[in-house]
Design a protein around this ligand. Structure first.
Ligand code: EPZ
Length: 419
């Protein structure tokens, strides 16, 4: 078990390159199940969740070879049709193999993911859509079993915007017979990235990036080569870090459009945000202004940046409100931020943040991936030495975050915890 130790109070300065998107790499990897031909993905981030997905695909029979972020996949023959509990419990995104496995082989058994720290996170919308496409769905002993000789196209109206739900059904529909129309589809950049890979493989997809996606099923898909888009959440995390520490940081290899909602809010908070081509420069303000935020599906303010932005508001000169509309329990960072001296009050799905002059170091504990990122940011802006325990959460979504922050001048290191 590791901890991260941060001596706060130093401005971040310099340039940092963002890695490939975790939430794009995972569906792209699942899509390799749809063809027996070779698929090559580049800019794949070296993260715990990516390693889990690799192990799951290998268990299903996919041959993989990874070298410096470039991964070859060959699902020549599917050996197994089951995603076991001990893998799915580690990573809910394992549910992304359900659609492609069912479309490719006619049978998929995936352990129900169970809840996670931020909420119940059911997959009912994924299952209802597959049923509409002709799949027989059975729930038994904690597994969902989906069977269907060949899925048929259907019109699916998602009653809630679901990112992995949209991805699962888009992949399943690519090999279905006939046309599938997804209404109220997710519009995240990761959906468009997956559609781009599927089109390279021969799928007929239009409307990705809008709330209506149309997929004409084909009989089989070919191989392809594709670069994973940059991680907009990692980019946003570094942008907030610069704003919190009165820093001056250039974040490289990003798509500025993907961080537009955050850029606007950082400007409202007094930061200077200059975007051009594939870079964003963020100069932190002397005084942080309070700004209200409500999370929303893309292109709204990302729920995955809610905790990080709350850390910034904790040291603003005034009161702001942060409202979480996507998940029912995504305030696990609040009690930890309060240990650092933040003045926060939870009122339903809103936190009222009363800015304080500065935060003070204390030992704290990470609870989930984005909460741990928030605590690292808070540690960077706290007076004194902050220790963050259970940092395995952060390794799921950030590749060597302490190395990247040290390069920007942060006094941060990882240490073993002797329990
Ligand atoms: C994806 O999760 C991301 N994960 C999450 O990132 C992200 O927070 C989330 O989208 C929202 O943007 C990946 O892409 C791997 P949803 P996902 O289905 O797809 C409810 C991170 O930190 N819902 O869009 O699981 C659900 O409970 C992670 O990188 C149903 O009710 O989220 C939630 O309240 C955390 N039934 C809302 O919809 C369903 O069948 C949005 O969930 C599906 C979802």
């Amino acid at each position: 078990m590791d901890k991260i130790v941060i001596e706060g109070g130093r401005p971040l300065k310099g340039r940092v390159k963002v890695g490939g998107s975790k939430n794009s790499a995972l569906p792209l990897m699942a899509a390799t199940l749809l063809t027996s031909k070779k698929v090559v993905l580049s800019n794949v981030p070296d993260l715990a969740d990516v390693k889990t997905m690799l192990r799951l695909l290998q268990a299903l029979g996919v041959q993989t070879r990874s070298l410096f972020g470039r991964v070859n996949f060959a699902a020549t023959k599917i050996k197994k049709n089951e995603a076991p509990y001990d893998m799915v419990r580690r990573m809910r995104a394992s549910v992304l193999v359900l659609g492609p496995l069912l479309a490719r082989t006619g049978l998929a058994r995936v352990s129900l993911p169970g809840g996670c720290a931020i909420g119940a996170r059911p997959i009912n919308l994924h299952l209802a859509a597959l049923e509409k496409m002709g799949a027989k769905i059975k729930l038994a002993e904690g597994y969902v079993e989906a069977k269907c000789k060949r899925l048929k196209g259907a019109r699916i109206v998602f009653e809630k915007v679901t990112v992995t739900g949209t991805e699962n059904i888009m992949m399943a529909a690519a090999l279905a017979k006939g046309t599938t129309v997804l209404e109220n589809a997710a519009r995240e950049p990761e959906i468009v990235d997956l559609a781009n890979l599927l089109r390279k493989m021969g799928a007929q997809i239009t409307g990705d990036g809008t709330s209506q996606i149309t997929i004409e099923g084909v009989d089989e898909l070919s191989g392809a080569t594709h670069r994973v888009i940059p991680d907009r959440i990692e980019a946003g995390t570094f942008m907030v870090a610069a704003a919190m520490t009165r820093g001056d940081v250039v974040i490289e290899d990003i798509d500025p459009l993907h961080v537009d909602a955050l850029s606007q809010k950082l400007r409202d908070a007094g930061a200077e945000v200059q975007v051009q081509n594939d870079q964003a420069r963020v100069i932190g303000p002397k005084v942080v202004r309070p700004v209200d935020v409500i999370t929303d599906p893309y292109p709204g303010f990302a729920t995955d940046l809610q905790a990080q932005f709350m850390a910034l508001m904790a040291i603003a000169a005034g009161t702001s409100t942060i409202t979480e509309t996507i998940f029912e329990n995504r305030f696990m960072h609040v009690p930890e931020l309060k240990r650092l001296g933040a003045d926060l009050k939870i009122k339903g799905n809103t936190v009222v943040v009363k800015g304080v002059e500065h935060l003070n170091a204390a030992p704290i504990m990470a609870s989930d991936l984005r909460a741990s990122a928030c605590l690292v940011l808070a540690g960077l802006a706290s007076k004194g030495v902050t220790e963050i325990h259970r940092v395995y959460h952060i390794d799921r979504g950030y590749e060597s975050i302490e190395k990247k922050l040290r390069k920007l001048g942060a006094r941060i290191r990882r240490a073993k915890v002797k329990y």
